[in-house]
Structure formats: C-alpha cells, structure tokens
Write a protein of this length. Structure first.
Length: 295
C-alpha cells in the first residue's frame, strides 16, 4: 500500500479537521522551544523513513528560530526529500492550504507535484479577517493609507480586511455596512468554496451573517483561532476567516490540468515554474563559459 507524502506544519493549531476519513492528518514539526535538536532530527528522520517525502509549510510569520531549525534539520540530514515551502498566507489560510495538500497526498500525484501544487492552490485561497483595529496592521497592502486614517477612526469601529488574493479594507458601520461608499464585503471567489472561521476577542456574527451568504459558500466551519493570528493581524480583537475549494475531485482536476515537467536539478516532477523540493527554476540558467574559442 502506498504511504502518502507527509504534509507538515509547525503548530498543532494549524491542523484543520479532516473533511473525510481518507484524508490523513498533518505531521507536526515541533519548534525549538518544544524540542531539542537531536529529538527534532529523530522526529524528521522517522517521518522520512515512513513517508518517503516530507512537505512542510514555512510561512514568513514563523519565528526566525523555527525557520532556522527547519533548515538546520534538512541540512544535517542531507536530504533532498524534505521540501520547505515559503507560503505567504495568514495563519488560518495556511491551515486551509495544508488541509488541501493533505487531501491531495492520497492521490496518484508524485511528491514533486504535490509540493509545487502548493503555490498553485494558494492562489485560490481567500483569506481575511474582521478586525476591531487596524492601527498595527502592517502585513497587508490595502488600497488605502492605513497610517493616515487609522488614528481618525472612532473607537469601537470594525473593519473587514481581505489579505489574499486581492487586498481590501472597509470600515463597517453599526448596521454592518461600509462607510464612505466602500463595499463592506470584499469581492469573493467565483467558484465553489467552504468557509472556515475562528473567533478571537471580537464579538460579531458578520462573517457568518454577511460574508458567508454574499460569497455563497457551500458550508461554514468554526475552528479555534491559531495562536499566531493576533500577531499577524496586529490585534486580538478579530474574527479570522479563510475560504477555499473543499472538493477533492476539483482540487485533483485543477492540479492534473497543469503540464508536468522534470526538474533539471533533482529530477522530481513539478508543475509551475519552480521545484518545491530544491527550489530550482524550471528553466536551467544558460551555462557561463570562460573558455576561449579556438583560432
């Protein structure tokens, strides 16, 4: 029986419940404050021994020590079977992407295709939050000047923010609508999605009462808030949300429709323009030669 490629995250709260009994769980790579280096090496080596290949999501908001630990483990093990994928999504969006990769891991895709599929699937993740403050929101490029406007907004205001794929910011009124003619609900996906949300210290039903119907989602699931979310959004007064494709058959067709190539460096299959395991670009750079031509 084929053992699926392991999909790994660095925190247990980034593991969303499996949508069906066929979807495997995620592997957990513990950070340095929870596991010493020798134990981390043994943990990763055991995963590689069992699964053959390991795909780990490494978002830029991870602590530097955690990222350094992952690269150290990979280097010491001298393995080309461990992919460290830099995916720039908010915490709940990262958890949703990890679940999609877990779903795909049981399909007949090679480890290289699964790893490079993460970049493709991330484009179809809609991630945002309802915030009680945007004064410290510095990770999202919204189409307004946050620094200039945040100080003038009254206390108690709420803001709908979409971080990915297209930044959006609107201040909500008391009725849930937006001020100054700005659309309160950001433009949603033009395909079927399921919405996952997580409550912080903000009491509001806007995500379920306004956003979900407007986006015509197929279902809504509540999940505990990831520990990294308040830091990412700059406030603990939030309700984070992420919408993505829930159907495995659709995910499969999406990935299978992309032309597969062979990495010129490590030899693994890939889709897109970069290998997920060795990070080599699809096209090899032209050779540089210092040899002189013969007369």
């Amino acid at each position: 029986m084929r053992v699926p490629t392991a999909i790994a995250v660095t925190s247990a709260d980034l593991v969303l419940p499996a949508p069906d009994r066929h979807t495997p769980g995620a592997a957990l790579l513990h950070p340095p404050d929870q596991l010493d280096l020798d134990s981390a090496l043994a943990e990763t080596a055991a995963l590689l021994e069992r699964h053959g290949h390991l795909v780990a999501l490494v978002p830029p908001w991870l602590p530097r020590a955690t990222v350094q630990r992952l690269h150290t483990v990979r280097a010491i093990l001298e393995t080309d079977r461990m992919a460290l994928l830099g995916i720039d999504l908010p915490p709940l969006g990262t958890a949703l992407l990890a679940r999609q990769l877990r779903q795909l891991s049981v399909c007949d895709f090679s480890p290289g295709v699964i790893a490079s599929a993460a970049r493709l699937l991330s484009h179809y993740v809609y991630a945002g939050a309802l915030l009680g403050s945007v004064a410290k929101l510095d990770r999202v490029r919204v189409p307004v000047g946050l620094g200039a406007h945040a100080r003038s907004w009254s206390p108690g205001a709420q803001f709908s923010v979409l971080a990915h794929p297209t930044p959006h910011l609107a201040r909500l009124g008391s009725s849930g609508g937006a001020h100054s003619g700005t659309q309160a609900v950001p433009a949603g996906p033009g395909f079927a999605t399921q919405l996952t949300f997580a409550r912080g210290q903000l009491g509001s039903d806007w995500v379920t009462a306004e956003l979900a119907p407007a986006w015509q989602v197929q279902g809504v699931m509540e999940n505990p808030l990831p520990a990294a979310s308040p830091g990412w959004w700059g406030t603990s007064k939030l309700v984070e949300f992420a919408a993505g494709i829930p159907d495995l058959s659709v995910l499969y067709q999406l990935v299978a429709s992309v032309r597969r190539e062979r990495c010129h460096w490590c030899g693994l299959e890939l889709i897109g323009d970069r290998c997920g395991f060795c990070a080599a670009p699809l096209t090899a750079p032209p050779p540089t030669s210092t040899a002189r031509s013969r007369p």
